[in-house]
Design a protein around this ligand. Structure first.
Ligand code: G16
Length: 546
């Protein structure tokens, strides 16, 4: 490191001093904790982004957000050149840098520069975005301080959704081939693809019911307001929880709806009408509706993956292309969805560890890789080969039907945000498919019936005592826990359960599935007790749900 750099870095670091002794883990999607503990992390992630940019000779993104977490939390997600999450090998640098005491900062930086043989004379550029949390603006200024301490170029995109920043990074590193690297460019690209797709629908006039959106009082609400005009008259939206009064993610948002399996507060639901919820940084989406008996029905990431892969598979048959397609899920995927995909749709299904970074990499192995977490985080990846073949067939398809199907696939490629799961883009894909197929939300829901399930959290003194294997479906530590879970699961019919430490909250997550909701609830509760007793639970013993 040049002396000039070093002096500037250490001098600025004084303004972003690390609280001595504080250590943080790089979690499922970067660092995440109470906002007041993150100033030094942001400064240092600004430094790291510059190093990553020099190393990859590309623009790197830094997004300040804690996504689905409560408003008081914050976090940071680093975006690699093609718009993916930071490569896993660099997570250890991020951790070392975030946890180095002030006097160790220089060594931590020098180690990365040496290990990665980074030429500090190389150019660098970092793009920065943030969500609507009250703490985000100051934290993004700390990132900028880090970036400028290394005298790097940067551009602050201000308030953007996480997927918009991923999109921008990808555009900037592909000379605009992926799209115009602006928020407006994102709206233009997606709305053109959406409008072109929906115009081919024989049903575009048929279903005039509008879509109700719960914006989680976050950035997604802001962005959908901006985009709305581009989508009219083909899609009419009713926005709730738009941030004008409610608190971010409080009793609303995709995580609340998915985990509690109930409608968010603040939304007006009429029987049979499609509703959806975004999460706090608009990278997840779940759908739901109320039937005539006012019963709530959830269509989560699994149902979304099934809808999208069925649609794509049907189009592939029409264009007569033999591209391999695979679906990637996590242990949270409902057993019914996996069975449907494998047995009815005959699509290979893979299970990855929680975190889009894991699913994304697995999905890249296919010509068309559909990946979705049950919580609504997911997208579709098309290989270069698949894209080229599809684009060619738009003109050279042997029949009108095949050219039309190729055109639809091409529109889907442009509509889906291939860099990361994106609530807005996924919503538009879903709306287009429902319109093209003339499917109501009830009919979509009927594809298969979810096994009753329950997700709970247990507070323990140190969640790292739990270690898992087999894509998080079994625990290897603490001793005896897995055997205990196996015994409990055996008592229930059609049952399955697993536990894993969360990578975004200080809790252990418990998932259970069984033949009835009562049994799923009882199983989840029993497993919580096992975790509580074997993994050092704190506070009161978990209580049964009813
Ligand atoms: C992040 C990740 C997701 C993951 C979720 C929950 O979502 O991007 O892939 O499913 O955390 O992770 P965990 O169970 O480890 O807490 P988000 O939307 O909060 O960024």
């Amino acid at each position: 490191m040049r002396r000039m750099h070093l002096e500037a870095v250490l001098k600025s670091s004084v303004r972003h001093a690390k609280p001595a002794g504080l250590t943080l883990q790089y979690g499922t999607a970067g660092f995440r904790t109470k906002a007041e503990h993150l100033d030094h992390v942001m400064y240092r992630m600004g430094l790291l982004a510059v190093l990553r940019s020099k190393k990859t000779k590309s623009v790197i993104g830094v997004m300040v957000t804690a996504s689905h977490n409560p408003e008081e939390d914050n976090g940071v997600k680093l975006v690699d050149p093609m718009g993916e999450m930071l490569v896993q090998e660099w997570e250890v640098y991020a951790t070392n840098l975030a946890n180095a005491e002030e006097h160790e900062l220089q060594t931590a930086l020098t180690n990365i520069i040496k290990e990665e043989t980074i030429n500090m004379q190389d150019e660098s550029c970092v793009v920065i975005g943030r969500d609507t949390r009250p703490s985000s603006e100051n934290l993004s200024l700390a990132v900028i301080d880090g970036v400028t301490a290394f005298e790097s170029r940067y551009q602050d995109y201000g308030l953007v959704s996480t997927p918009q920043l991923h999109y921008i990074v990808c555009c900037r590193n592909t000379d605009g081939r992926y799209g115009e690297p602006t928020v407006e460019g994102y709206y233009q690209k997606l709305s053109k693809a959406f409008n072109d797709l929906v115009k081919q629908s024989p049903n575009s006039e048929a279903d005039k019911k509008s879509l109700s959106i719960d914006g989680a009082n976050g950035i997604g609400a802001l962005k959908i307001r901006e985009m709305e005009q581009h989508l009219q008259p083909l899609l009419s939206l009713l926005l709730f929880n738009d941030g004008s009064k409610g608190k971010l993610n409080h009793a609303c948002g995709a995580d609340y709806v998915k985990v509690l399996q109930k409608a968010p507060e603040g939304i007006d639901m009429k029987p049979g009408e499609r509703c959806c919820s975004f999460d706090g940084d608009a990278d997840r989406i779940v759908y739901y509706y109320k039937d005539n008996e006012h019963r709530f029905h959830l269509l989560d990431g699994d149902k979304i993956a099934t809808l999208i892969s069925t649609f794509i598979k049907e189009l592939l048959v029409k264009v007569d292309l033999t591209l391999n397609m695979g679906v990637v899920q996590t242990a949270y995927a409902n057993g019914s969805s996996t069975r449907y995909l494998e047995e009815i749709m005959k699509v290979p299904v893979y299970c990855a560890k929680t975190g889009v970074k894991h699913l994304h990499h697995k999905a890249q192995e296919f010509d068309i890789g559909v990946y979705f977490e049950a919580n609504g985080h997911g997208t579709v990846l098309f290989s270069k080969r698949a894209e080229e073949q599809i684009r060619q067939l738009v003109d050279t398809g042997t029949s009108e039907e095949s050219r039309k199907a190729a055109q639809m696939l091409k529109n889907v490629i442009d509509l889906i945000n291939q860099t990361v799961g994106d609530a807005i883009s996924d919503m538009l894909v879903i709306e287009a498919i429902l319109s093209l197929k003339g499917l109501s939300v009830e009919k979509w829901d009927e594809i298969y019936t979810d096994l009753p399930n329950r997700q709970l959290k247990v507070k323990v003194a140190d969640r790292r005592v739990i270690e898992t294997t087999n894509a998080e479906r079994r625990t290897i530590k603490p001793p005896g826990l897995q055997e205990n879970i196996d015994e409990i699961v055996k008592k229930y019919h059609m049952s399955r359960a697993f536990v894993r430490p969360s990578g975004t909250e200080d809790v252990v997550r418990v998932y259970a599935e069984a033949d009835t909701q009562e049994n799923a609830d009882a199983l989840a509760h029993e497993v919580c007790l096992a975790v509580f007793h074997r993994a050092g639970g704190v506070g009161d013993e978990p209580k049964p749900l009813r």
